[in-house]
Design a protein around this ligand. Structure first.
Ligand code: NAD
Ligand code: MG
Length: 380
């Protein structure tokens, strides 16, 4: 029996994870859940999965949840302290890190430091502090298992092959909803249009990141840390059907790919059952019905966020944390109609220029960079 803690349980990845867990009642047990403000969903999850511990965003939320749960014996905690308690829960074997954004860094780090294997969806933590997280995992002897579909694909294509034979990694990108839109029409994009992803249903922040292609930029950095390849050997190609989830090219010219229907339950399940595979109810990919798999280069002028990510990754130090913080602020402003879609990369560019690279030797250093970027952007 594997005992799980799920951070971000009410979100898109969190609920898909619980979907997977529900299919294997004698394999997984939920010992802790943590989420922000969606009390209705969290209450239903606690009643269904009976964790020993649940953490909520605010004190008022915790009080309300405790009242609603009545005689249910689950301990209710709240805030950053509660979240960290869930991340390091003594009973958990594996922590699913599925909070969105920079808020995922501390609990992910805490889980690794507590010796837990982590199924990582929160790519922002690796982007901000990949060197620290991977070093801590090495020291503690824990595994960071990818949940992101591209990284799960690469992880699967690498299985049984040493990194020595790898020439490059190729991440596939759907291209998002604006793949075929003209460059001149990018400025008028509304949040409603950007929130309609062609192939995946996900949380708001990653959906906007997918529309700007910053998601792919963050994933390049994520791949760099997960697989230890320099970013100039991590390439991106547009593949609008989202059937090939990514590829590994070996030095002998062989390319291995992982294919499947676009459904996050597959990579989530692989991270939960690794190294085993288990049958499931996810619809099968019908090869007979595949009408075509196509590829095209990214239009890097139309989607400048991708090159901003490569630039920040190559600069190293604090730069990727600056990129991440500025992107979170920009996405938030775009969703609140304070800036246009085309201003998202402009704002990130400004932040990168205003915060020259510096060394970051601890998570506290990284979080200080994150706060500085947000403070400075607030002043403008
Ligand atoms: P989401 O917005 O649907 O869910 C976020 C979850 O985090 C919610 O449960 C929310 O309550 C919780 N949360 C947010 N801030 C919190 C805080 N301060 N304290 C406690 N809980 C907090 O997001 P999502 O789409 O599920 O994405 C989660 C992460 O997974 C992101 O990093 C995203 O990039 C990554 N990811 C998502 C997908 C996907 O298909 N959705 C795919 C790959 C990677
Ligand atoms: Mg992905």
């Amino acid at each position: 029996m594997k005992r799980l803690a799920i951070l971000g349980s009410t979100g898109s990845i969190g609920t898909s994870t619980l979907d997977v867990v529900e299919g294997y009642p004698d394999r997984f047990q939920i010992v802790a859940l943590a989420a922000g403000a969606n009390l209705d969903r969290l209450e239903a999850q606690v009643r269904r999965f009976a964790p020993r511990l649940v953490s909520v965003g605010s004190e008022a939320g915790a009080r309300e949840l405790r009242r609603r749960l009545g005689r249910v014996p689950t301990e209710v905690v709240w805030g950053t302290a509660g979240l960290l308690q869930a991340a390091a829960d003594a009973d958990a074997d594996l922590v699913v890190s599925a909070i969105v954004g920079a808020g995922g860094l501390l609990p992910t780090m805490r889980a690794v430091a507590a010796g837990k294997d982590v199924a990582l969806a929160n790519k922002e933590s690796l982007v901000m502090a990949g060197h620290l997280l991977t070093a801590e995992a090495r020291v503690r002897g824990t595994r960071v298992l990818p949940v992101d579909s591209e990284h799960s694909a690469i992880f699967q294509c690498l299985a049984g092959n040493g990194m020595g034979g790898v020439r490059r990694i190729v991440l596939t990108a759907s291209g998002g909803p604006f793949r075929t839109r003209s460059r001149s029409a990018m400025a008028s994009i509304t949040p409603e249009e950007a929130l309609k992803h062609p192939n995946w249903s996900m949380g708001q922040k990653i959906t906007i990141d997918s529309a700007t292609l910053m998601n792919k930029g963050l994933e390049v950095i994520e791949a760099h840390w997960l697989f230890g390849l320099p970013v100039d050997r991590v390439d991106v190609i547009v593949h609008p059907q989202s059937i090939i989830h990514s590829l590994v090219e070996y030095v002998d010219g062989s390319i291995l790919a992982q294919l499947g229907v676009p459904d996050m339950r597959v990579p989530i399940q692989y991270a939960l059952t690794y190294p085993e595979r288990q049958p499931n109810m996810v619809p099968r990919l019908s090869l007979e019905q595949l009408t075509g798999l196509t590829f095209e280069a990214v239009d890097r002028e139309k989607f400048p966020c991708l090159d901003l990510a490569y630039e920040a990754a190559a600069a190293g130090g604090s730069s990727a944390a600056v990129l991440n913080a500025a992107n979170e602020v920009a996405v938030d402003r775009f969703l609140n109609r304070r800036i246009g879609f085309d201003e998202i990369p402009t704002l990130i560019r400004k932040a990168l220029d205003a915060h020259p690279r510096r060394a970051v030797g601890s998570v506290e250093d990284v979080l200080e960079v994150d706060r500085e970027v947000r403070r400075r952007l607030d002043d403008h």
